[in-house]
Design a protein around this ligand. Structure first.
Ligand SMILES: C[S@@+](CC[C@H](N)C(=O)[O-])C[C@H]1O[C@@H](n2cnc3c(N)ncnc32)[C@H](O)[C@@H]1O
Length: 225
């Protein structure tokens, strides 16, 4: 088997960490420098897609639905959101690391079918939390896949998103009946309770990493009450 080749390294704003992109033949891997486990692998994207396919159909029939996806990663959630929505939809993807956007405009973009080229896509380079705070009543759905889980943070700054204050801001950024979807590597019952306290109607769903195989991940589908 051919060795992994480094394609790039990027500082993660607001942290001491760096994000790395590696390629081995047609396979891509995103890693936080110094960590053995991958942040993402291009061969495992079933649950990233499920984050969109479990949520976007709930708002697809609204007029000109607006969806926020945070973050971009390898673009699988963004691509699945676009596939679930009609021609009048607009999907904003917020990505903290500018180089991740550049990588997706290069060879990495092929993995998810180049969703950045879709005319319905808008790119926001920056913190999704800040965008949520600045966007009251703007979105029909907010989809979050920015960390391992609401408790297992790789970026400490992201813990605000899952806090009572963060959930309140997300609820305010949603139109009535809007949907929040959250991806996690594991179930976190305390987060389910926090969503209910924030007056979301919550369903805790599961999806596999790779089709019928691979690890089970958790997706919260939370409807603004
Ligand atoms: C696991 S990946 C997302 C994978 C994505 N769902 C997909 O389908 O490929 C996490 C991404 O979120 C970005 N990120 C982390 N914290 C963020 C934040 N606060 N705002 C925006 N993007 C963030 C990371 O740089 C990374 O690109």
């Amino acid at each position: 088997m051919k060795p992994w080749v480094s394609l790039g390294r990027a500082a993660i704003p607001g942290t001491q960490d760096a994000l790395e992109l590696w390629q081995r033949e047609g396979e891509f891997s995103m890693r936080i420098a110094g960590y053995v486990t991958e942040l993402m692998n291009s061969r495992q994207h079933g649950s990233e897609e499920a984050l969109a396919t479990y949520t976007c159909p709930l708002v697809a029939s609204r007029p000109a639905p607006r969806v926020l996806v945070g973050g971009l990663g390898m673009g699988f959630t963004l691509a699945a959101a676009l596939s679930s929505l009609g021609p009048d939809a607009q999907v904003t993807v917020a990505e903290l690391v500018p180089e991740v956007v550049e990588w997706n405009r290069g060879p990495l973009g092929e993995c998810a079918g180049r969703p950045l080229d879709d005319p319905r896509t808008r790119v926001h380079v920056g913190d999704v939390g800040r965008l949520v705070r600045e966007s009251p009543g703007l979105f029909d759905a907010v989809l979050l896949d920015v960390d391992n889980s609401p408790e297992g943070m790789t970026h400490q700054d992201n813990d605000w998103l899952y806090s009572a204050g963060g959930l309140r801001s997300i609820a305010l950024s949603l139109r009535p009946g809007g949907v929040l979807g959250v991806w996690s590597v594991e179930d976190v019952p305390r987060f389910t309770a926090a969503l209910r306290r924030a007056r979301f109607g919550v369903e805790v769903r599961r999806a596999r990493a790779r089709g019928e195989r691979g690890a089970w991940h958790t997706i919260w589908v939370a409807v603004r009450g």
